[in-house]
Design a protein around this ligand. Structure first.
Ligand SMILES: NC(=O)c1ccc[n+]([C@@H]2O[C@H](COP(=O)([O-])OP(=O)(O)OC[C@H]3O[C@@H](n4cnc5c(N)ncnc54)[C@H](O)[C@@H]3O)[C@@H](O)[C@H]2O)c1
Length: 441
């Protein structure tokens, strides 16, 4: 089904817009704004990302993104440059979409934001509006404003809520748009850029806007940690987590999203954003105990999985061959930043296991920078052959329809640990495999 829909009207007053940073947020944002009819220039330092875009190809794996990207590049609505200064020249709106990773003490590292603000300050139009889409701590709008230090230039907070894997769809049809600024006219003109999405718009002050993003991610992480803790309790009590989820999620006050037990939450956002929120609260004199507990519980989930995998092969993983299926932090993305699959892989290695791993987005020579000794295989069959236990850590669709009758006979022991609840139990059991997963006795 196409992501584009006839309700997306082309704007009557196209603006010139700069987007700084062609990543998981910058590209969908730029493509969406160009698709709405604005004239967009995206600035990116990375040559590979730039060249991909210039050639109408998406440098990141995102459903439906490449077709729309190719169309807006071809029509000239979207241009790409290496130079942020060049991108902002003449632009009314400048979106900051650079990374804000976790620094050594758990806070958001604002060095990319600071660098861009300093770099573009002199080149901005006198009436430019700088829009901060990166996830940033409370006070960053003010920080950017003072770094730019131009009286007519206004700075607005506009946090992004898209999910990797469905980024363009989420940009075109967001649940809500949040815009925060002391200057409500500036906030409203940013909100106007998203009018075609038809999404409800929350206009607020910058502090609240910046906090909404962290509070939302911390809530989602806490919900996941809650159900993961329940899955461990199900193991202790002999209860069934699938029935528990059905019983809980049908309550409309609870709901089903983010109620699937798994190997813990990860990715490029939840770990750093929960940590940053704890730091923001601590600086404000508040101990955010509920979020701290969610973070600690997440690590416990991964240790629990490794204990259970070990139990399947007699209690010790020392010298055991483990096939790891899935390395990305979730399905439908190539992103392995803070992937729980990698964290579980590290624990398996620490317990003495030898790993053979497979992920549809990871080539055999592509795992550098991840965990050492992942043993990335070119094919799933190669990873599984000779394994004492196969551990499924990412919910890729292809893992749902595996022919276990073909795979299990190649394993050293018929043991499958399914941390994502995607294994076809009928097929695996028919092949003689023992399948275990969290919270399912
Ligand atoms: N990834 C997500 O799912 C997601 C969702 C919502 C919000 N966010 C937030 O959005 C922000 C960006 O995240 P991301 O995942 O897109 O990061 P990313 O690392 O994928 O992309 C950032 C890009 O900015 C480029 N860059 C940095 N400085 C630059 C400069 N001076 N000039 C030109 N290019 C520059 C980098 O080369 C990189 O390609 C972060 O604050 C993140 O927390 C991310």
């Amino acid at each position: 089904m196409s992501l584009l829909d006839s309700t997306h009207q082309t704007v009557s007053h196209p603006e010139r817009i700069a987007v700084i940073g062609a990543g998981y947020v910058g590209i969908p944002t730029a493509v969406m704004l160009a698709h709405f009819g604005h004239s967009v220039v995206i600035a990116e330092r990375d040559e590979f990302r730039r060249e991909s875009i210039r050639n109408g190809r998406s440098p990141i794996l995102e459903d439906g993104l490449e077709d729309v990207l190719a169309a807006v590049v071809q029509s000239g609505q979207l241009e790409v440059t290496a130079d942020a200064v060049q991108a902002v020249a003449g632009a009314k709106f400048v979106f900051l979409c650079v990374a804000t990773p976790m620094d050594d003490d758990g806070r958001a590292d604002l060095s990319f934001i600071d660098a861009v603000a300093q770099q573009i300050a002199h080149a901005l139009r006198d009436d430019a509006i700088v829009v901060n889409k990166s996830t940033v701590p409370v006070g960053t709008m003010e920080r950017v404003r003072s770094l730019i230090n131009r009286p007519g230039v206004r700075v607005v907070s506009n946090p992004e809520f898209l999910r990797e894997g469905t980024a363009l769809g989420d940009s075109l049809k967001p649940d809500r748009i949040v815009v925060g600024a002391e200057d409500r006219d500036a906030a409203k003109s940013v909100a106007q850029l998203f009018a075609s999405t038809g999404a409800p718009i929350v206009v607020t002050d910058a502090t609240t806007s910046e906090l909404i993003k962290y509070a939302s991610n911390a809530f989602l992480a806490t919900k996941l940690s809650f159900i993961n803790t329940m899955s461990r309790l199900c193991d202790q009590l002999g209860a069934d987590v699938d029935d528990l989820v059905r019983g809980m999620g049908s309550d409309h006050r609870i709901g089903f999203p983010f109620l699937n037990p798994g190997p813990g939450w990860g990715g490029s956002c939840l770990p750093k954003d929960t940590s940053a929120l704890v730091a923001i609260a601590a600086d404000a004199g508040l101990s955010l105990d509920v979020v701290r507990a969610a973070i600690e519980s997440n690590a416990a989930q991964q240790r629990h999985i490794v204990t259970q995998v070990a139990a399947m092969v007699g209690g010790s993983l020392s010298g055991k061959r483990v096939a790891v299926l899935g390395l990305t932090f979730k399905a439908n993305t190539g992103d392995r930043r803070d992937s729980p699959a990698l964290q579980v892989a590290e624990l398996l290695l620490a317990a003495g296991a030898h790993l053979c791993s497979f992920d549809p987005t990871v080539a055999t020579d592509d795992a550098s920078g991840d965990v050492a000794n992942l043993g990335v295989c070119a094919t799933l069959e190669e990873a599984v052959a000779g394994a004492d236990v196969t551990v499924v850590l990412t919910e890729w669709a292809m893992f749902r329809s595996l022919e276990w009758s073909r795979l299990v006979p190649t394993m050293a022991q018929p043991c499958i640990y399914d941390a994502r609840s995607v294994v076809d139990l009928e097929s695996a059991h028919a092949a003689g495999a023992t399948v275990r997963s969290i919270g399912r006795s």
